[in-house]
Design a protein around this ligand. Sequence first.
Ligand code: ADP
Ligand code: ZN
Ligand code: ZN
Length: 812
Amino acid sequence: MYAEIIIPLALPKNYTWSVPPLLSQAAQPGVRVEVELGKNKRYAGIVKRLHDQPPVGFETKDILNVLDNQPIVFPEQLKLWEWISSYYMCSEGEVMAAALPAHFKLSSETLLVLNEEFGDDFSSLDNEEFLVAEALLLKKELAIAEVQQVLDESHVYPVIKRLVEKKLCFIWESLKESYKPKKESFIRLNPAYEDEEKLEFLLNNWGRAAKQLELLLGWIHLSKAEGEVSKAALLKKSGASDAQLKGLIEKGILISEKKDVDRLKYLPRNILIDFELSAAQETALLQVNRLLQERPVCLLHGITSSGKTQVYIRMMEAMARTGKQTLYLLPEIALTSQIIRRLEKHFGGYIGIYHSKFNQNERIEIWNRVRSGELKIVLGARSALFLPFSDLGLVIVDEEHDSSYKQQEPAPRYHARDAAIYYASQLQAKVLLGSATPSLESYFNALNGKYGLVGLHERFGGVHLPEIELVDTQKDNAKNKSKTIVTESLKQDITATLSREKQVILFQNRRGYSPYQICQVCGWIPHCHDCDVTLTFHKKTNKLHCHYCGRLYPLVYRCQACGSDKFVQKNFGTEKIEEQLEELFPDAKIARMDIDSVRGKHSHDTLIQQFEKRRIDILVGTQMVVKGLDFENVHLVGILDADSILSFADFRVNERAFQLMEQVSGRAGRKDMRGKVVIQAFNTRHPLLKLVQQHDYLSFYQQEIDSRKRFFYPPFSRLILLTFKHKSKEIADAASRRFAEMLSPLYGQYLLGPAEPVVNRLRNQYLMELSLKLPKDGGLGARCKKDILEKIAILHSDKRFRSVVIIPDVDR
Ligand code: ADP
Ligand code: ZN
Ligand code: ZN
């Protein structure tokens, strides 16, 4: 028997191992096995498939070990991996590496293994060697740490080296399971006393050691109240010491045993729905359910604050009551403590959160609880898609338009929304996409009838969408003879809002203090040495930062081109805005939210809670202030620099800008009042701003889809972007041109480039890009991907281009 095995590496294909008869029972698809790849390198792979065709051209090695009693992934998951690997052009191993919690992947450990043929004549060994040899004879193998213990010192390698030379042992890379269940001590009664009479006799004739009697009584009490008695609880209750408990155990009255316990907090498992849907929400829910009977996917287009989440809650409730599981995907789970609290209130212990801030042990526990079906609802970012659902009924993709559903680095560069739709179809589960500003792709699919479409066009509680005012920064500054990022007009609105004790959110998509400094004499701008990127000044560190590679530089005081010392700081980052606000509003409490200000594990959540509790008046931040937040008391939202949002060189720039501004605006005005949004722009005539001002998604969609059609962009075509990376510009250039030549006989009409991207050097690597806009019909896409992979292999066979890294990115 043979097994095709996935190894968590970027290999061009899966390899085959033979299954020795002894392991043939245990080696099933989905279990982890230990295999050797190359010389002495061991990996934990996953069995994808068993078969009886010996591979041609090479001798297979045996599987060394089967690591699981039962599969850790289901067949449908293996199919999902396969689909992602072929659609997004990466290896199944790369998908596996992304899909499994790190602790399943096992780490390799260096072992010393006794050479049994050496025999027991140790006369040739010196003292240190002898100590290790003795230990080896006893245990057959030793980890390096154990050798250190035996020798009682840290410089063990010379000794090991000598032992290997003398052929007493050899070195072996072995796999080590790093997940350790958490154990706790529990105390139970010796079965000899389970009989009531015996126990009573014991208690009545106690005699000495009053404290031990107390312990025993405490145990009886706790076991009645809680069933199981943990050692910690017992010691706490009785106020006894460890030694006193030990006494009772030695007397054979109590028994201590270690058991696995959950690391995750335990909430009672019940469902609590304490709200009613509004009439509009109720109608939307009915429509969604009706449409999902006929179609696998439905799009819920609900404006901000319309109560989409409440509709999701009711859908999840229905699923949970029939015992089915829901996967609730969010763009960035780390930013959504608010929604977690909201859902825990309704679903308690039925809900699990798959969180990037959870440690690896906790992730394995969630994995196991999803697999057993114990968790009914899982909330997570894109990687939660890889959990082993035993009975998935529904996938909710909230904020489905959000670009962080698409993984950028490293492979698999998959889109979680699209992969979820594939996965759900495998499992006959339904998919609900939700957004106030749907992606062009999804809305297009909905209008075409491929997805169901349901609209929810009123805000809950009759709150109006905010009024949006455009402020021309140039005019405003000229009129008021000032030149600050906060215009006079916005300043007045902030003052008015604060005086009504309402809160303000200000949005700027640049962090740091000033995005660049420029020499006033010659125009020189400091750049990163390794990237084609201007450096941002951060006041907190008093350094220049490269936001691409993270490198820090000292401040420059002298122009490196002309020697002048006249620099001006250009543009405003969140840090500088915060500083300005402190000057403008000395009495207001101001806080900043961007990745620099929320580094710690809980600091983001703390900041949100502070804001909720109104301990902060003005919150200034980047994208982070936009996502998944719902604040009752925010009246005013300011977008400080709309031009920078509208000036990206990307075919999705308008879509992203509309979504971002509409989402930011959505934070203003909830419950009892109409909010206001101020958008500051240099070019207030930009047509998109008008559409944002009118909250007119439909017209936006119409304009944008027309232009996509005209220029043959998605959703009308499928985009594959190829990036060529090399430390030499010439080679990166030449490789991309060579590649274009190879593709052009077949796909010439669909090729764009090669061209330099906007940022053409990152981490000291030069970049070139080549893109393909392929028609969607037929098997063209699949064929083209195959051709691309083949041509990559051909290109790499050329010595000159061997070290060029080529990264395919599908549907970017
Ligand atoms: P969306 O997700 O569409 O932006 P939310 O679901 O967050 O909207 O709803 C906005 C606010 O209105 C939330 O604070 C939510 O609790 C409240 N809300 C919406 N619908 C209801 C309802 N039916 N009953 C009670 N509160 C609701
Ligand atoms: Zn200069
Ligand atoms: Zn850099």
